[in-house]
Design a protein around this ligand. Sequence first.
Ligand code: ADP
Length: 265
Amino acid sequence: MSLSKIKHIVLVLSGKGGVGKSSVTTQLALSLSLAGHSVGVLDVDLTGPSIPRMFAIEDAKVTQAPGGWLPITVHDSDPDAGIGSLRVMSLGFLLPRRGDAVVWRGPKKTAMVRQFLSDVFWDELDYLLIDTPPGTSDEHISLAETLLQKAHPGQLAGAVVVTTPQAVATADVRKELNFCAKTGIRVLGVIENMSGFVCPNCSECTNIFMSGGGEVMANDFGVRFLGRVPIDPQFLVLIETGKRPRYPEGTAVNGKDISTPADAV
Ligand code: ADP
């Protein structure tokens, strides 16, 4: 069974689109990989699969092997960056053309989610991060049902809920937490994305939208607040151009220096 050799499965949820759920999934995957873990990312956002774009592997096509679909391995353009084993599966790789629209009824989406959970050959993974569509849709229900049925005890670690400061004020994100409570999926915590803007020139953080709502909401629901991610123009450069952004001297991730050498072109 395709999930049997995976140690921890984590769902990434958001109440609505555009809050940065796929971006947070991508950053979590890269951070875990940089920390030496083997990581898989399963993109279940069937109508808007953006994970291939985030990893700049949009033109990749998956192949079938006897054990199932072979996920795409992410290679870093900089071999010294320390990215370990990172594999990605998305509906985007199965579409005939980049950006093709997927207009499917519920049963077809449900079947696709089940197939993703049973037919991808992940082999051994420390973490499988599942990027879900916004809200609580057919895909969520079939994900929850299939995972709760198939996962071995403790394998489904839980869900990370992503919000923006202003989205906290809406009921959508609370619906997500209620969905977890109803299905019995543990909430690992809440991440507040786009929380302030760090000026690339003076490094001062300005709160464009109100900040801190995610923490208040997490406290209200008795779940952990995992932290804030500011709006980072460098991140947009990375996503839109597929290129590594320039990091100033002294920038480090997990103690590893990732700053751009002064003589880099
Ligand atoms: P979602 O998956 O919730 O629909 P995305 O992850 O696709 O949202 O993000 C929406 C847009 O916002 C993307 O263009 C992404 O690059 C940008 N974005 C997300 N988080 C940040 C951030 N912290 N800083 C800058 N841009 C961001």
